[in-house]
Design a protein around this ligand. Structure first.
Ligand SMILES: CC(C)(COP(=O)(O)OP(=O)(O)OC[C@H]1O[C@@H](n2cnc3c(N)ncnc32)[C@H](O)[C@@H]1OP(=O)(O)O)[C@@H](O)C(=O)NCCC(=O)NCCS
Length: 195
């Protein structure tokens, strides 16, 4: 009996079923059964634009929309939440660690109708969002910046800045260099459970 490749099955999946399979509790179970490439195909089938050379782990939770772009070499590994009420754009060679939340939606808290507010998030090339970082709507993280563990980022981060804390503030600038580290290659070579 000929084997059917997961990619072939995904390409044929009706959107109504694919959306159900993407539900956070469910996707974190069955996406473990797929390889990285098939996971990328699944999210792209739903409308995301994930580069084939990025790494998206099985516990990554994509909610509220699929206007998400991820560039080559970037890696998202762990229980990461991409809340895509608005667009999320992640550049090349970005590393996103466990428990990071990118939140594009909020509420107008002085409005009696509690209107929803949506603004895009941009993460430029070579950024590291360390464990537990939270990025709020409308924020751009500049090229090569580092967001420290459990920082909450309410406003733009300059290129190559290292920011920590809540609210995140700059503690220093990174040195200028041409990075040789490609997060997706590292994750695919060493496995996504190793530090
Ligand atoms: C952001 C980080 C990379 C900074 O490293 P660094 O450039 O070597 O900076 P330093 O350790 O010299 O710290 C600079 C200052 O920021 C503070 N700081 C560092 N990280 C912090 C954090 N996550 N939250 C709050 N403050 C922090 C330090 O206490 C220090 O303060 P001081 O100048 O008042 O003494 C690192 O602290 C960090 O958060 N790493 C992430 C770890 C992680 O997520 N691991 C899991 C994935 S592998």
């Amino acid at each position: 009996m000929p084997l059917v490749r997961p990619q072939t099955l995904i390409a044929r999946l009706p959107q109504s079923i694919a959306r159900r399979l993407a539900a956070p509790g469910l996707s974190s179970i069955w996406l473990r059964l797929l390889g990285n490439r098939a996971r990328i195909d699944f999210w792209n089938h739903l409308g995301c634009h994930l580069h084939p050379d990025c790494f998206v782990g099985p516990l990554v939770k994509i909610v509220s929309g699929t206007d998400i772009r991820i560039g080559p070499g970037s890696a998202l590994s762990g229980r990461i939440e991409l809340a895509a009420w608005g667009p999320i754009s992640i550049g090349r060679n970005v590393m996103i660690s466990d428990e990071v939340h990118l939140l594009t939606g909020s509420h107008a808290v002085d409005d009696p109708a509690f209107t929803g507010v949506v603004a895009p998030i941009v993460v430029e090339d070579n950024v590291w969002l360390a464990q537990g970082a939270v990025v709020l709507p409308g924020v751009t993280i500049g090229e090569g910046a580092v967001v420290g563990a459990y920082a909450v980022v309410p406003s733009d981060v300059p290129a190559r800045a290292v920011v920590v804390g809540n609210p995140a503030h700059v503690v220093r600038q990174r040195k200028q260099f041409e990075p040789t580290f490609i997060p997706a290659e590292f994750l695919l070579t060493h496995g996504h459970r190793r530090p």
